[in-house]
Design a protein around this ligand. Sequence first.
Ligand SMILES: Nc1nc2c(ncn2[C@@H]2O[C@H](COP(=O)(O)OP(=O)(O)O)[C@@H](O)[C@H]2O)c(=O)[nH]1
Ligand SMILES: [Mg+2]
Length: 196
Amino acid sequence: MIITSAEFVISAAGPAQYPPAELPEVAFAGRSNVGKSSLINTLVNRRRLVKTSSTPGRTQLLNFFRINAACHFVDLPGFGYARAPAHVRKKWGPMIEHYLANRTTLKSVVLIMDVRRTPGQEEQQLIDWLNGRGIPPVLVLTKTDKLSKTRRISQRRIAAQTLGLAPEGLTLFSSKTREGLADLWRLLDRFIEAST
Ligand SMILES: Nc1nc2c(ncn2[C@@H]2O[C@H](COP(=O)(O)OP(=O)(O)O)[C@@H](O)[C@H]2O)c(=O)[nH]1
Ligand SMILES: [Mg+2]
């Protein structure tokens, strides 16, 4: 998709604030600080559409962006941030789950993982839950620029084994070098175009 416009719509705490369900939506999920906001900025080729932060656990709301008046991108709050207050951590599950379970225009969920980390229980649970609901996630391993080419490939193999998938099911990505940008767009275009 050629990006002609990308604009912030709203930060929503709950369904009452979601924009009208009129455009196909792609949501982005992952641990806090994994590089979610950077990945969205890279996808839409804007340096600061989405605020990025070196302090993890800052975004607790669902941030909606309108892309080309063709679709919404939704930056979901990062999960698994151990230092977040307990009441915040407790709210993550229900808030996200409610969105993922009820948003009629949701076409795809991109699950972003750090290429240096072996996927954990949270990731596996989210993948299983999404598969069960018929929204198979697009899986991305980001920050590949932090590893040599050889290590990227071996980490991808390990991650795939852990998740019980073929390595090709994981897209290698870097917001710094833009590795994987075309691959990821190819995957997302399918969902967006299928519904327009
Ligand atoms: N080297 C490198 N750093 C990245 C990459 N993506 C994100 N970062 C850095 O990781 C930190 C967290 O990024 P951010 O996008 O805010 O993560 P979020 O919390 O998941 O939204 C920031 O300091 C980013 O500059 C990447 O692909 N490569
Ligand atoms: Mg973020």
